[in-house]
Design a protein around this ligand. Structure first.
Ligand code: GLY
Length: 352
């Protein structure tokens, strides 16, 4: 088993092991102490696959489980679903000594995390990611949120999980599109600050999945420890995300998060090459890696459409927007630019 500790405002473990789903009860007991009531949130894709395995393990260790199943997909990351979940928890008299378990991908994790952050002003929650994206990114670090009509993740809270349990075998049931989606986040870590990891990834992500998850999570844990509340260095984790969120918004969410992040990384790196601050060879390496993992590299929106959408992003501070720009593979830096220069920057990223 791989065990990675995150020393954030509250310390917690991330455990990674095949078939960990059968030991969820044991590790929840260790993390939460005495048995309590657990609201287990999942979606209608994951529920038939893994819900009973998880609740059986929890029951065997004395927990009383109350499942809440939401429709799969980004549309469930809404204020409406959040309120339904909070009302459900209240109806079932979940108390401060109870907890929430998020069994699923990023939507389930972000929604459940936010519900547990605000319910009774905060109760414990446990993440059990079942997508690659959730395993390597969203389940770790305590960012929780729902979407608003104006953009993604615009209402949320920092609320660290008490435990993250990752069973890599759950990734075997993902479609190739959803698996590729998570690959964008994996490649992101390498491009931010780990060129050696980029070389390692050339051996294939699926082929080395346990090691890949552990290295991403280790990387993220150290970043979160250095800047839990996203005031500075944690913003590097947003590589490809400002443009990526704009692409998602312009596509009315028909383009997936990972695909959008892949295109977003390409646009900022191409702009960096065009500005003469990033070698062209590194851009070719990124394009090859994204294509090898089944990810798109070009988008059909104009620089003006993307810039307008990007200005709703949380990374905007008054008249400046903070982008993350690769100066090479493994060397990404915060790059604040005036809002009025954004269209020009995007345009540079459209083609060389
Ligand atoms: N997904 C970016 C972060 O957790 O900061």
């Amino acid at each position: 088993m791989k065990r990675i500790k995150v020393n954030a405002s509250c310390a917690y473990n991330i455990l990674i092991e095949n078939n960990l789903l059968d030991s969820v009860g044991k590790y929840c007991r260790e993390a939460l102490g005495s048995p309590c009531r657990l609201c287990v949130v999942t979606d209608d894709n994951v529920s038939p696959l893994y819900l009973s395995r998880v609740t059986d393990s929890l029951s065997a260790h004395g927990f009383d489980t109350i499942p809440f199943v939401i429709p799969h997909g980004e549309a469930s990351k809404s204020t409406e679903t959040l309120v339904s979940l909070l009302e459900f928890m209240a109806e079932h008299r979940i108390t401060r000594s109870d907890a929430v378990v998020a069994l699923g991908g990023g939507v389930v994790g972000d929604l459940s995390g936010f519900a547990s952050a605000v319910y009774l002003r905060g109760i414990s929650f446990i993440q059990i990611p079942t997508t690659l994206l959730a395993a390597v990114d969203s389940s770790v670090g305590g960012k929780t949120a729902v979407d608003l009509r104006a953009g993604k993740n615009l209402a949320g809270a920092f609320h660290q999980p008490a435990l993250v349990l990752c069973d890599p075998l759950t990734l075997d049931t993902l479609t190739s599109e959803i698996f590729s989606d998570g690959c964008a986040e994996v490649i992101k870590y390498a491009v931010i600050n780990d060129r050696e990891f980029f070389e390692f990834l050339k051996g294939g992500i699926r082929e080395n999945i346990e090691e890949v998850i552990a290295r991403c999570v280790e990387n993220k844990a150290r970043v979160v420890e250095g800047d839990e509340f996203d005031r500075g260095s944690r913003q590097l984790l947003n590589l490809g995300h400002t443009v990526g969120h704009a692409i998602e918004l312009c596509s009315h969410l028909s383009i997936s998060h990972g695909s959008a992040v892949a295109m977003g990384m390409v646009i900022v790196m191409r702009a960096a090459v065009s500005l003469g601050i990033c070698p062209e060879k590194d851009l070719s390496m990124l394009l090859d890696m994204l294509r090898a993992e089944g990810l798109p590299t070009d988008c059909s929106f104009t620089s003006k459409e993307l810039a307008d959408a990007a200005l709703t992003d949380k990374k905007r501070m008054g008249d400046t927007i903070s982008l993350v720009v690769p100066f090479g593979i493994g060397d990404s830096r915060l790059y604040p630019i005036p809002v009025e220069d954004l269209v020009d920057f995007m345009e540079k990223g459209m083609s060389i």
